[in-house]
Ligand binder design. Structure first.
Ligand code: ATP
Ligand code: MG
Length: 594
């Protein structure tokens, strides 16, 4: 046994955590407050998992708070289905965090919002109390629409915002050219009147906007009088028909951070150029200090997949996958359905680190992390995916032995189970070859192999059908050679797995592979033309009978094959297993061959 401290890596360190540590040390902030602000216009993907682990990780390590905020300011693209999936996925990802060996320790603080009877705010209660489920009550940017409007009025009164009559196209063109538009110097009273009428619904979509009055000749285009509000007569999934003007991202996001008391607003690098606008908005309004500050890190990109909600949505809408939670998708719900655990995704997010340089992470890194965990935790089971029948001709027809099999060689506490052995078995098609290449140590005509947990068998006869297809192997067992027995210590080079034919239960096995055939499918051309035609093979597996009791919480290693998890499509008597990941990286070999 190792002590926990030997096992525990130090909490991660990176340039953002360094800033937070310095701010804590200098006393700039009393409590660290981060947020994860997804727009509910799609399902979360593993890139979001990185952002969740970073924001919740920082809050946790510094004894602070992390909010989940729906960045729901665009009624056209957002739906309740997405809100619900975002909450479910976030909750799944962070529950049980304190059980990880990631250097995270419960802070022992009581979630004070709960005590005060306020809306629970993701106060890391699950991390502080690993046994409790998190109550997920997200914040909504749309709850601040009234406040946003007040701030907009304040900017207008200060002469820092104006109502502009140009069309969206004209606005873009003028901003590109750095040219001032005709409405820029309207009087404050006229602006107040027009803004009130915009809000009252007097104008059609696109007729007018509210724009910040900053600097049309600024080198940074985001400072060239960006649009703060636009007219959109649309029903919003959270506020209904109350509003017909909606705030733009920068305005809403900056002020949401302020309203929630965010101290460190962490986002991806694309927003670095927005930071001057973020700071301008905070400086232009009369706001209490300390103000939030924005920091940027490089987004996660992974090989052999695409990682933007827009592209993932195309895969779903074009029927190239079966839904957002298809196990081939890089979505959190897809990875979960595939059998990847929350803890392995968290380890992955921690291990890849946080930098300021855009890069591409090899999907093999994720797969390695998952394999490593499942090797430690998965229950071993015998199953045959592509069966071929074996008859042990010298084994009595009515005899059944219950052989002892180890549940997990990496974890003695997982114990053992009984597996039935009989005269008729299934072995894996690939474990027999009639004319094998050199160094093939599995079964061949006249050759010997050990059946795991059982006997050494010898192949005496190959039975074929009319089309010369091998349908059955007739073998004899060395009945003195039972594994763990005392009568023989004879050794053979190969060991293969098997399932007793009369006891086997059928299960649908969905054998998933990478969704794309090339490392960077969206580097050039249409990413959809690089879909891997073999990303899913469905077979009927022959399984040892104990798999009847398989549960969704556990992971299974089908010995010598791969790790599997039960799919939600399973019904009593109709098991469905998803291949989470093969035991070895088969793609590394392919890459070498090329
Ligand atoms: P996408 O481009 O995939 O549609 P997005 O950035 O529009 O994603 P949001 O819902 O706005 O998605 O993202 C919520 C948070 O997650 C943001 O703070 C964003 O910076 C972060 N995030 C999104 N994608 C990644 C990624 N690939 N790696 C790390 N963080 C990400
Ligand atoms: Mg976005």
């Amino acid at each position: 046994m190792t002590t926990p401290s030997e096992n525990e890596p130090a909490a991660p360190s990176d340039f953002i955590r360094d800033v937070v540590a310095a701010d804590v040390k200098s006393g700039k902030h009393v409590e660290i407050h981060t947020r994860f602000p997804p727009e509910p216009n799609g399902y979360l993907h593993i890139g979001h998992a990185k952002a969740i682990c970073l924001n919740f990780g920082i809050a946790h390590e510094f004894g602070g708070v992390c909010n989940v905020r729906m960045d729901d300011t665009n009624p056209a693209k957002e739906e309740v289905e997405y809100v619900d999936s975002i909450l479910a996925d976030t909750k799944w990802l962070i529950n049980g965090w304190a059980d990880d060996n990631l250097g995270l320790k419960p802070t022992g603080k009581t979630p004070d919002t709960e005590l005060a009877g306020e809306k629970p705010d993701f106060h890391l209660s699950a991390i502080r109390n690993p046994k409790s489920e998190i109550s997920v009550e997200p914040f909504h940017a749309s709850d601040y629409f009234d406040q946003f409007y007040e701030y907009a009025l304040q900017l207008v009164r200060k002469g820092k915002a104006y109502v502009c009559d140009m069309t969206p196209e004209e606005t873009d063109e003028y901003r590109r050219l750095g040219k001032e538009g005709p409405s820029r110097n309207r009087s404050i009273d006229e602006n107040l009147d027009l803004l009130a009428r915009m809000k009252a619904g007097e104008f059609p979509d696109g007729a007018r906007t509210l724009r910040a009055k900053i600097d049309m000749s600024a080198p940074n285009i985001w400072l060239r009088d960006p649009v703060l509000y636009r007219i959109r007569h649309a029903e919003h999934h959270h506020t209904g028909n109350k509003w017909c003007i909606y705030p733009m991202y920068d305005f809403a996001h900056t002020l949401s951070d302020y309203i929630e008391g965010i101290t460190h607003s962490v986002c991806t690098l694309e927003f670095e150029v927005h930071r001057p606008l973020y700071d301008w908005l905070l400086a232009s309004l009369d706001l209490a200090h300390p103000l939030p500050h924005q920091y940027e890190f490089a987004r996660l990109n992974i090989t052999y997949t695409v990682m933007s909600k827009r592209k993932l949505m195309q895969l779903v809408n074009d029927g190239l996958v079966k839904g957002w939670d298809d196990p081939r998708m890089p979505t959190i719900s897809g990875l979960r359905r595939r059998g990847m655990t929350a803890s392995s995704l968290r380890s992955f997010a921690y291990n890849i680190g946080i930098t300021k340089y855009p890069s591409m992470t090899d999907v093999a890194v994720l797969e390695h992390t998952v394999r490593e965990e499942l090797n430690r935790t998965a229950q071993r089971r015998l199953a045959v995916l592509h069966p071929i029948k074996v008859v042990i001709t010298n084994y009595p027809e009515d005899r059944v032995e219950e052989l002892e099999a180890v549940n997990n060689p990496e974890d003695p506490s997982a114990g053992t189970r009984k597996v039935p052995f009989s005269r008729e078995l299934f072995i894996e098609n690939a474990d027999f070859m009639e004319t094998p290449p050199p160094k093939y140590f599995r079964l061949r005509p006249g050759g010997e192999v050990r059946l795991k947990y059982a006997y050494i068998i010898k192949c005496d006869e190959v039975v074929k059908d009319d089309a010369s297809k091998v349908i059955e192997l007739h073998c004899t067992a060395d009945l003195e050679s039972k594994s763990g027995g005392s009568t023989s210590n004879r050794k053979v080079k190969g060991t293969i797995h098997w399932v007793s034919a009369p006891h086997a239960i059928d299960a649908e096995a969905r054998l998933y592979d990478r969704l794309f055939t090339v490392p960077e499918p969206d580097a050039d051309g249409d990413f959809k033309s690089f879909i891997n035609p073999n990303s899913l093979e469905v077979v009927t597996a022959k399984c040892e009978p104990s798999l009847e009791g398989a549960v969704p919480e556990l992971r299974y290693q089908f010995e010598r094959l791969a790790y599997f998890a039960l799919d939600p499509d399973s019904r009593p008597g109709r098991l469905v297993f998803n291949r989470t990941i093969t035991l070895k990286d088969t793609w590394a070999k392919e890459a070498k061959k090329r």
